[in-house]
Design a protein around this ligand. Structure first.
Ligand code: TYD
Length: 207
């Protein structure tokens, strides 16, 4: 592919959206052409799948169904948007990709990485990003930063267990894919994290 494909990953509340915004400001200032998309979503069909997945009324959805819907939204995005843009030489940025499925559905929901890899290999034929930026901040620290988790709230606590499993999943993925996944320390100020992201992109000759 002529263009480069960069994905962003991280647990809830690590400041991923803010960092993507800061990166966009930088790319615009430097006149670097890019296309930003997100998962689940990014195409009309994938956005409809997103509404099904995130709709609170669908609480009966099985974990397997959820994982396959993410893979369906992904293959649509890949074929309709990502691949054509990469072929035309564009830099494509994607907010979440298959590592989210591995961390959330594979590790945290307990479906296992084998199942997630199987359905995604089938859907996207192992199509891998050139670089994945994992914003590293533990769920405890992320909650602390936004004012703290309510220790008396059973749901919030069980939520914490889930998010901790997601986090451990990401750390494991980063360990297994050191060439592709760059771990960005997101515990500093937003400016510090932004500078680390720019450095990583420059070091890999993405920008
Ligand atoms: P979103 O509101 O976009 O959250 P964020 O700003 O944290 O990216 O919702 C996406 C949610 O979907 C988020 O909780 C992570 C989850 N997700 C999965 O569980 N598996 C996946 O494969 C993807 C792409 C997302």
């Amino acid at each position: 592919m002529k263009g480069k494909f960069v994905t962003f990953e991280g647990c809830e509340g690590v400041g991923k959206s803010k960092q993507i915004q800061l990166l966009q400001d930088y790319l615009k200032k430097e006149n670097i052409n890019y296309y930003l998309t997100r998962e689940p979503g990014g195409t009309p069909v994938s956005e409809q799948i997103r509404s099904i997945i995130l709709d609170g009324k669908n609480s009966s959805m099985t974990d397997e169904c959820e994982a396959m819907l993410y893979a369906s939204a992904r293959v649509q995005l890949l074929k309709e948007v990502v691949k054509p843009r990469l072929e035309s030489g564009q830099l494509v940025l994607c907010d979440r990709y298959v590592d989210s499925s591995l961390a959330y559905q594979g590790y945290a929901r307990g479906l296992g990485v084998e199942f997630i890899n199987m359905i995604n290999d089938y859907a996207i034929k192992n199509f891998s990003p050139d670089l994945t930026l994992f914003l590293n901040l533990s769920p405890e620290k992320a909650f602390e930063r936004k004012g703290g988790v309510d220790k008396h709230d059973r749901l919030e606590l069980s939520g914490m267990e889930f998010h901790n499993r997601v986090y451990q999943g990401y750390l494991e993925l980063a360990k297994q894919n050191p060439q592709r996944i760059v771990v960005i320390d997101a515990s500093g100020t937003k400016e510090q994290t932004h500078a680390k992201i720019i450095n990583a992109l420059k070091e890999r000759n993405i920008i």
